[in-house]
Design a protein around this ligand. Structure first.
Ligand SMILES: Nc1nc2c(ncn2[C@@H]2O[C@H](COP(=O)(O)OP(=O)(O)OP(=O)(O)O)[C@@H](O)[C@H]2O)c(=O)[nH]1
Ligand SMILES: [Mg+2]
Length: 649
């Protein structure tokens, strides 16, 4: 093979790669496990107890090789009604259902319950196997086929092929395999572009290898050596090695059955239900808004506040359900509702879940997550209902608008993508649409570009102007407000970059003027009356006349017959224009004096440093001035205090 041929072969094998999961479903003893063995050669009942009792208890896994060579994963689930919880942990990643109904038993309770669960989880493709046809007359097989067709009517599996088989005689197995291949070719595959996420369905340790977790990779890809996050406990972990169907791999992709060896993670710190994900992206949550459906054959309405078991991924937590409108959800209804959970879970909008009753435990319904981080809603809150509708619309611009509005601060496209669960490319388009329509203000370019909801921007601009107006009115003698103070007042919870970008944009827009560390309204200057001006001049003169022993602020105020605050404001002006230096809150020196003192200090300080006494003599002044001056030089990093002396820095 030439290298071009080799790379073409590689290309076609990657483009042909269809990673998907087939999940069995059906009543106990209907022949699921035996059928999986007939298809794959593998017995998925591994536990001693399963062998002993002749039933499946937990999930089993087997690889099925298709005619094009691609390998899909089969998850075999238990049919026993006590193990529906395990069934759900397996059904959660399923793309294609293999519904099994025994010809000698027909449609039974868990046939219906499993089918309902698959539908709630959004599984819309499937194949039905009517098993054990060797045990009954062919008319009976026909009857069961009819019964199944009726069952599937008005479900997403209405067009699923129905294939009669016998695992004992092998009859129908080839037809079943072909039906599976046909259906598998049209399954919508999981998204490799989204961040990696894998709900863990098994944890075990291998001697000499350590902790291994397995699961179906819901999205993204994983590579050996990669850092991941274990959620909801938010623990950083590292992938040591990866396997798919017992063979080692460098990289694994969405839709594969994956075993991950975690480097240095003890067995006790992981359990079924935890999620392995790309680090730093997912915030565990204990509330979610969702469209919640109650099954049509559930016997009564679900009351507001009802306690339920919430099944998501491989996890089960208790919680309560609160419809956004109305006091209850009737059977057959699908309504917006808030879920308040008793433990944190890791949710992304679009995720499916199942609800079961607290006791006795049966499936009530389920739904799809619309908002993974809502606030608590009141009943009939029109704003909550409006946001719900916009988030559920799946329109990227609408969704981005809700997230920008809610954040109230500039967000990057990546952050909006995380909040919405949409692919970043779609979110980027949505944000551009908003910016184009003038609904969002943008800062910067490229992936670091930030988007701020326009109304919020306008509101903040108004607040800035009114803050500065108040400031100028209160302090007419100063040239502006410290920028840091304004930022803290206006956007205390923003990161520094966002706050600075926002200030810059106000300046560019001409709403404010900046000079050094100060900001002010355009054209605002320190308004000094001629009286104040002459008071100021006399103060500066008094200070300059007493170079090394100037009057204090209180003394100056007394001389002027003014409050101390008024003298301080005048002094601040002289400090800003550079005539005076503020050495302490009570003491201002002339700039010339401070320069002269610093020069003498540098010229006369020995390698052993200088004491306060020597310094006092050096400039012929008293302790009252010497101590604040030395502290001033310490602050300005001219000197450093070492014990009783000052040394040069
Ligand atoms: N005669 C006959 N027996 C079958 C066939 N398929 C399964 N069986 C028998 O039915 C019994 C149950 O089969 P399993 O495959 O364990 O059933 P299951 O659906 O996996 O049961 P659970 O996992 O416990 O829900 C076993 O004794 C099988 O040998 C078949 O096609 N023909
Ligand atoms: Mg079984």
């Amino acid at each position: 093979m030439t290298s071009t041929e080799a790379s073409e072969a590689l290309l076609s094998s990657t483009t042909a790669r269809r990673n998907l999961i087939i999940g069995t479903a059906g009543h106990i003893d209907h022949g699921k496990t035996v059928l999986v063995k007939a298809l794959t050669g593998r017995d998925t009942d591994r536990l001693a107890e399963e062998k002993e009792r002749g039933i499946s208890i937990d999930l089993g896994f087997a690889p099925l090789t298709l005619s094009d060579g691609s390998v899909v994963g089969i998850v075999d689930v238990p049919g026993h009604e006590n193990f529906v919880r395990n069934m759900m942990a397996g059904a959660t990643g399923v793309d294609l259902a293999l519904l099994v109904v025994a010809a000698d038993d027909g449609v039974m309770p868990q046939t219906r319950e499993h089918l309902a669960i698959l539908e709630l989880l959004g599984v819309s493709r499937g194949v039905v196997a009517i098993t054990k046809i060797d045990t009954v007359e062919s008319d009976l097989v026909e009857l069961v086929v009819d019964e199944v067709s009726e069952l599937l009517d008005e479900t997403p599996l209405v067009n699923a092929p129905v294939v009669p088989v016998s695992a004992v005689t092998g009859e129908g197995i080839d037809e079943l395999r072909q039906a599976i291949e046909r259906e598998a070719s049209s399954v919508r595959l999981k998204d490799e572009e989204l961040p990696a996420r894998m709900p863990i369905d098994r944890v075990f340790t291998l001697k000499g290898i350590g902790t291994v977790v397995t699961g179906t990779l819901w999205s993204g890809s994983l590579a050996g050596g990669q850092k991941l996050e274990l959620l909801p406990q938010r623990e950083e972990v590292r992938v040591r090695s990866l396997e798919v169907h017992d063979s080692e791999r460098e990289e694994v992709f969405a839709g594969e059955r994956v075993a991950v060896n975690l480097a240095g993670t003890p067995r006790e710190s992981v359990s079924r239900g935890d999620v392995l994900a790309e680090p730093g992206l997912l915030q565990p949550t204990w509330m979610a808004d969702a469209r919640v459906r109650v099954l049509a054959d559930w016997p009564r309405a679900v009351k507001r506040g009802a306690r339920i078991r919430f099944h998501h991924g491989t996890r089960e937590v208790l919680g309560r359900i609160y419809p956004l409108e109305g006091e209850q959800i009737s059977p057959g209804q699908a309504v917006p509702a808030q879920l308040r959970l008793e433990e944190k879970v890791v949710l992304v909008p679009g995720d499916r879940f199942v609800m079961r009753s607290y006791s006795p435990v049966t499936t009530i319904g389920g739904g799809a997550i619309v908002d993974a981080h809502p606030v608590k809603h009141r009943l009939q809150d029109p704003e909550a209902l409006d946001q719900f509708a916009r988030l559920e619309s799946k329109d990227a611009a609408e969704m981005a608008a809700v997230h920008l509005q809610r954040a109230g601060r500039p967000l990057a496209a990546a952050a909006v993508a995380r909040a919405s669960g949409l692919p970043p490319s779609l979110v980027y388009e949505g944000l551009q649409t908003l910016a184009g329509a003038g609904k969002a203000v943008t800062f910067g370019d490229g992936p670091a570009r930030l988007y701020l909801w326009r109304d919020r921007y306008d509101r903040l601009e108004e607040m800035t102007v009114s803050s500065l107006e108040k400031y100028h009115a209160a302090k007419p003698l100063t040239a502006g407000m410290a920028k840091e103070t304004l930022k803290k007042q206006l956007v205390p919870d923003w990161d520094a970059r966002s706050a600075d970008i926002f200030m810059d944009s106000l300046e560019k827009a001409g709403a404010i003027e900046a000079e050094g560390k100060l900001v002010r309204l355009p054209g605002a200057t320190a308004a000094v009356t001629s009286e104040q001006q002459s008071a100021l001049d006399s103060i500066v003169e008094r200070i300059q006349a007493n170079l090394f022993a100037p009057p204090t602020v209180s003394e100056l105020a007394a001389e002027l017959g003014q409050p101390r605050q008024a003298a301080s404001e005048l002094l601040a002006i002289a400090e800003q224009d550079g005539r005076l230096v503020r050495v302490s809150p009570e003491l201002y020196f002339s700039s010339a004096a401070v320069a002269e003192i610093e020069e003498r200090l540098r010229a006369n300080i020995s390698a052993d440093g200088i004491t306060v006494g020597d310094f006092k003599n050096l400039i012929s002044t008293s302790r009252k001035y010497a101590v604040p001056l030395l502290e001033y030089f310490d602050r300005n990093r001219v000197t450093a205090r070492v014990g009783d002396v000052r040394k040069l820095r």
